[in-house]
Design a protein around this ligand. Structure first.
Ligand SMILES: *Cc1c(COP(=O)(O)O)cnc(C)c1O
Length: 377
């Protein structure tokens, strides 16, 4: 009797391959993979346990994620503080956190906390270079950096920024302009030797100038290319994809029930599928609450015994049905691959993303954290 609905398998081999590949672009940079949003849906605790000896630190979005990480490596908060002062003091006693700041109030708060924990806190100032997400304009960034430098409780570690238009295009003129602004700010700062970082996956792989003291790849660490445009740009630089990234995650389930459906009968809510022949279907214990998008209704497919089996009817909250008529001797013991390889076939997050009109990032980031994880090879 099986007890779980589905399982996410994490390949240690794939993670180590991806780290090796990405580090080859920037062998002298500190490698801080981004593990926000439950490690892009892969499971924060499990991913950290796999890679902790092979990385220099981690990037997360907020302080509550930093709290979940069991590591002696430093953790860089890219976004914001969402823990109370008291909780932050507790976290800082055992963990080395680097903060990204873009307001005087946050700097004041961190200075106060540094006084209480009796430990210098490291801060990076985020520079607005054209993304208009987090960050301060040139002048304000410089004056906040000077404010931090004056404090003997705070460590001014450097500047960071984030690119707006690097994976959506093969025209990288906007990214170059952002890089110029970023470099100008650093040039104007009175102190030499501060760190700077701006390399997401696409930047790291495409632009030498972004391979600075720290790099912060996300999607590529998990084995995915940020976009088709990035692949095209990489190809034009003569690089061979075969030796590159390998998806680290597979998502597998088993049928709850196999049943026959007669020609003319319907399948699922809304009667959106009607059998035009006698068929055999498998009912699977996965639904949109697990992160299997409802947009895959009558649209997606799974793999059983190396064969593509289309989704028939609507994806429900906890269940969906697939056509397994063409799979011989199908049973409830068969592995059903939602993401991963089976025989010659493969479904990746890119496959599901293109079927549902989104990007691979969203497909994996929305995998329900409750899905159990197993580490393989
Ligand atoms: C998410 C994120 C990254 C990682 O981007 P990828 O495209 O996944 O490599 C890097 N930096 C910041 C600020 C981010 O928010």
């Amino acid at each position: 009797m099986k007890l779980t609905s589905s399982t996410i398998y994490l390949s240690k081999k794939a993670f180590l391959n991806n780290i090796r590949f990405l580090k080859s672009f920037a062998p002298n940079s500190k490698f801080f993979p981004v593990v926000k949003s439950n490690a892009y849906g892969h499971g924060l605790k499990e991913v950290v346990s796999i890679v902790d000896d092979y990385v220099d630190g981690y990037c997360v979005h907020s302080t509550d994620e930093a709290l979940e990480i069991n590591t002696n490596n430093p953790i860089l908060i890219l976004g914001h503080i969402n823990k109370s002062e008291k909780e932050l003091i507790e976290i800082l006693k055992t963990k080395e956190l680097y903060f990204t700041v873009y307001s005087e109030q946050t700097v004041d708060l961190l200075e106060k906390i540094a006084g209480k924990v009796n430990k210098k806190i490291s801060l990076f100032v985020k520079v607005e270079t054209g993304t208009h997400r987090l960050g301060l304009d040139e002048k304000d960034a410089l004056s906040l950096a000077e404010r931090i430098e004056k404090s003997n409780l705070l460590n001014f570690s450097g500047f960071s920024t984030h690119f707006a238009n690097i994976e959506d295009t093969t025209d990288h003129s906007f990214a170059k302009k952002q890089m110029e602004i970023f470099n100008r700010v650093i040039g104007e700062f009175n102190q030499k030797g501060v760190y700077k970082h701006n390399a997401c996956s696409a930047a790291l792989m495409l632009f030498e100038e972004t391979r600075t003291e720290i790099v912060r790849p996300g999607i590529s660490f998990y084995g995915y290319y940020p976009s088709r445009e990035t692949i095209v740009s990489l190809n034009s630089k003569g690089y061979n994809r075969k030796n590159g990234l390998k998806p680290a995650l597979s998502w597998i389930t088993k049928p709850l029930q196999i049943k026959k459906v007669k020609a003319g009968e319907y399948i699922g809510y809304g009667l959106t599928y009607r059998a035009n022949r006698d068929m055999v279907i498998a009912v699977l214990p996965v639904g949109y609450s697990d992160g299997y998008d409802r947009g895959l209704s009558n649209n997606g497919f799974v793999l059983v015994e190396g064969k593509r089996c289309p989704v028939v009817g609507r994806v429900c909250m906890n269940l969906f049905m697939v056509d397994v008529t063409h799979v011989e001797r199908v049973s409830v013991d068969d592995d059903v691959v939602l993401i991963g390889k089976s025989g010659e076939e493969e479904i990746t997050a890119d496959t599901l993303a293109s079927l549902t009109g989104t990007i691979n990032y969203e497909v994996i980031a929305r995998l329900n954290p409750y899905i159990q994880k197993k580490i393989i090879d």
